[in-house]
Design a protein around this ligand. Structure first.
Ligand code: 2P0
Length: 331
């Protein structure tokens, strides 16, 4: 099945003619239980479910308008060359929706692109929400989540705020593979970004994932690990048990990286300073600071802690940037 078949099915009753412009914001998200591995690469259908937390005002705002001629794509005020990977990916995605015109697409992103800080997630989610405005589709979140997934898997979680679960689904057309927000909230939960490097990573997550699934000797154990961790995270969110949450998230992230290390050629996103930072987290925990980390397809650490421990954390990690997941900035 092709992406265009899914689009056709979801938009069969929607207008094809764009309005004057659409504009929307979508938050980045950090997975507490990770998505790593696809059962369908065309539709970005995952092998397992995953669970994330959206990052409030940290995300992308996208404005889109139709234009005559070729697409023009801007990122943070700078026009991107049409053959750049960013513009090419945006244009290829827009091919799914356009008739015979181009688009003017302007994205302002508050997250470093390609440094494992989920920039494609907020970018594609904001683009889909902006398209929904532009065309006046009036689609429900479930359909928007599916459309966002066609751009980037993790983007399907960024159409929601708060804690979000992406159901893996089992259908070949992916109509049961979408994200839903959880009813649970946890206003005291904080995320600290420990940036080790903002440089573009050597291997993209798409290629890293594919290679891990194809060759990772440990990958067979991953679905069971995710199933266990999802139960743990749900239970921890129900009872606001921070240590249970932190342990499940940290263990899930390290297990994901273990599957990558078992691939050939090996996939390793860590830099020496990433390992140093992990030891710093464990040392802080030994000293009694309730802090855990998670990591994505990049060298940076994301620390989980509670607002009540903010001053201890600021002392332990003076370079950390704190994200308040409940702070919201509307477009
Ligand atoms: C996640 N990551 O759950 C995991 C953890 C990275 C590590 O989702 O190929 O950019 O576009 O579906 O969504 C990054 O992968 O990959 C990702 P595609 P995506 O957040």
């Amino acid at each position: 099945m092709k992406k265009s078949d899914v689009v056709k099915a979801l938009l069969s009753e929607c207008a094809c003619e764009p309005g004057a412009r659409g504009r929307a914001f979508a938050p980045a998200n950090i997975a507490l239980c990770k998505y790593w591995g696809k059962r369908d690469e065309e539709l970005n259908l995952p092998i397992t479910s995953s669970l994330s937390m959206s990052l409030g005002a940290w995300g992308a705002t996208t404005e889109i308008a139709p234009r005559d001629g070729a697409d023009r794509v801007w990122l943070n005020g700078g026009e991107q060359r049409p053959d750049s990977s960013f513009a090419a990916r945006v244009s290829a995605y827009l091919d799914l929706f356009r008739t015979d015109h181009g688009f003017d697409v302007r994205t302002e992103s508050r997250v470093p692109i390609a440094a494992g800080l989920a920039s494609s997630a907020s970018g594609f989610a904001a683009l889909v929400l902006a398209l929904n405005e532009l065309y006046g589709w009036g689609l429900e979140r479930r359909a928007l989540s599916i459309l966002a997934r066609l751009g980037s898997g993790s983007a399907c979680r960024s159409v929601h705020d708060g804690f979000v679960e992406w159901h893996a689904g089992s259908r070949a057309d992916g109509m049961d593979s979408f994200a839903e927000p959880l009813a649970r909230t946890w206003p005291e939960l904080r995320l600290g970004i420990l940036e080790v490097s903002a440089a573009e990573k050597a291997i993209g997550s798409r290629a890293g994932m594919k290679s891990t699934v194809a060759t990772g000797a440990l990958y067979a154990s991953w679905p069971e690990k995710v199933a266990d961790d999802l139960l743990e995270v749900h239970a921890a969110l129900e009872t606001h048990d921070f240590e249970r949450l932190g342990r499940a998230a940290e263990s899930n992230a390290l297990s994901m990286h273990a599957t990558m290390l078992s691939a050939w050629p090996p996939v390793l996103y860590w830099l020496p300073d990433s390992v140093k930072a992990m030891h710093a987290v464990w040392a802080a925990r030994e000293r009694g600071a309730p802090v855990y980390f998670t990591m994505d397809a990049g060298p940076n650490l994301k620390l989980l802690f509670l607002e009540s421990d903010r001053s201890i954390m600021e002392k332990e990690f003076p370079n950390m940037r704190i994200v308040e997941p409940n702070e919201r900035e509307d477009a």
